[in-house]
Write a protein that binds this ligand. Structure first.
Ligand SMILES: [Zn+2]
Length: 146
């Protein structure tokens, strides 16, 4: 089990961002997990895009509850490069997030052998610095509720 996620994220390559995804990153900084939904056709989408993937319309930003379930995952037990090798073993998962989008993230503060598909998880925000906050996923029975 590992717990120094903010230090680890600080050592990792920083995520790319642009004028569209900056809204997502700003949301994380403010404690919101933002996604896009289309007011015309109700398509929910993630990652952030300039247009709706359903109809080509103009998507708007909304805030998720941050509840999700593990869709699938892998356990990284070996890694040859710093800083990744310092955090092994760790879980990289695809999370199905309410109300219906999927995103990748780490499942944290759990024995990697206890992670299962369909496990309920709750987003938490790991503040790295003023510019970067990373969403991570904690099994819901261990989630810190706010
Ligand atoms: Zn649409």
């Amino acid at each position: 089990m590992t717990s120094n996620w903010n230090e680890w994220y600080a050592e990792r390559p920083r995520p790319e961002r642009d004028h569209i995804s900056q809204v997502f990153w700003d949301g994380l900084r403010d404690g919101e997990l933002r996604y896009q939904a289309c007011p015309e056709c109700s398509t929910v989408q993630f990652y952030p895009r300039a247009i709706c993937t359903g109809c080509g319309g103009d998507p708007e930003w909304r805030s998720s509850t941050g509840h999700g379930t593990v869709h699938t995952f892998t356990v990284v037990r070996q890694h040859g490069s710093a800083p990744f090798k310092s955090q092994t073993p760790y879980v990289v998962a695809m999370i199905d997030v309410e109300p219906g989008f999927r995103m990748m993230g780490n499942v944290v503060d759990v024995d990697v052998d206890d992670v299962v598909i369909d496990m309920p998880v709750q987003v938490e925000f790991v503040r790295v610095d003023d510019e970067l906050t990373i969403p991570v996923w904690r099994p819901i029975d261990r989630a810190i509720r706010s």
